[in-house]
Design a protein around this ligand. Structure first.
Ligand SMILES: [Zn+2]
Ligand SMILES: [Zn+2]
Length: 276
């Protein structure tokens, strides 16, 4: 059993605290591996992505932490990279060990404004009205369509929070996950995840911040992932050092319950399946 998280934010983007604070917290919680994943810089106006001019400092800081703590924990440098029309491809950036691919936003073709899929409830109402004419089925198809497009055109190592559009769906306010049209969108997306050989993360960040009562993706989705041989990885999407292993014990148990025997992580410099 190797404890790790490859999805960590910090003061370099929209998280809090220094990168080293996360390393210290990880050591306290018996992690063997830690991967940082600042939101990669974007060309559009944003308050939550890392700034382009901070990228070198981010790379230098992770590198020096890797050296300083190398006897106690493995440290990797990643980026959570947004996929959208005209986005930068960060996958071969020198100093970057892996990317987590994410769909957080889409541009309204009429106004040119970028709207968020995983913002506040008000943001969700806005994207639904402005970009998808108030039609939740169009939004769901639009979101998963972008995930599939990302996987085909710019496949990352890891797929971020697959069903993050659930964030504001408490009590089935916008859609019912058991309906066939919703399941079909998810299942056709899993087909592409499987073909791309990307790792699907189990993300406890929405829970840690109080938006959801179960990790992304929903448990019913994991059963299909197992059937399709999609490798998984448990991540916390932490924005504070205290939550780097939030709900991990429960997720490890849940994965075993579903039938998973291992998770796939970067370990000793290679992607490896390690036992749960
Ligand atoms: Zn994200
Ligand atoms: Zn994140």
């Amino acid at each position: 059993m190797i404890k790790s998280s490859f999805h960590i934010h910090s003061r370099f983007d929209d998280g809090t605290c220094e990168l080293e604070d996360y390393v210290l917290s990880a050591l306290e919680k018996d992690f063997r591996v830690l991967g940082f994943s600042a939101h990669a810089p974007v060309s559009v106006d944003s308050c939550w992505h890392m700034k382009q001019h901070d990228l070198d400092e981010y790379l230098n800081t992770t590198e020096s932490l890797r050296e300083r703590y190398r006897d106690r924990i493995e440290i990797y440098t990643g980026l959570e990279a947004d996929y959208f029309k005209g986005c930068t491809d960060w996958r071969n950036k020198k100093g970057i060990d892996y990317t987590i691919g994410a769909i957080h936003m889409v541009q309204d073709p009429e106004s040119g404004i970028y709207h968020s899929f995983d913002g506040s409830r008000k943001d969700f109402d806005d994207i639904l009205e402005e970009v998808y004419d108030g039609d939740i089925r169009l939004l769901v198809a639009g979101y998963y369509g972008l995930v599939r497009e990302m996987l085909m055109k710019m496949p990352p190592n890891i797929v971020a929070h697959l069903d993050v559009i659930r964030k504001n769906n408490q009590g089935g306010r916008y859609f019912d996950e058991t309906e066939e049209w919703y399941r079909d969108e998810v299942l056709s997306t899993l087909e592409v995840v499987s073909l791309s050989q990307a790792i699907l993360e189990i993300n406890t960040g929405g829970m840690a911040r109080g938006y959801t009562t179960e990790p992304y993706p929903s448990r019913w989705i994991l059963k299909y992932c197992l059937d399709m041989d999609i490798p998984v990885m448990v991540n916390s999407d932490s924005h504070h050092p205290d939550t780097i292993d939030f709900y991990f014990d429960e997720v490890y148990e849940m994965l075993k319950d579903v039938g998973y025997k291992s998770q796939r992580i970067l370990y000793h410099g290679e992607w490896k399946d390690v036992g749960l």
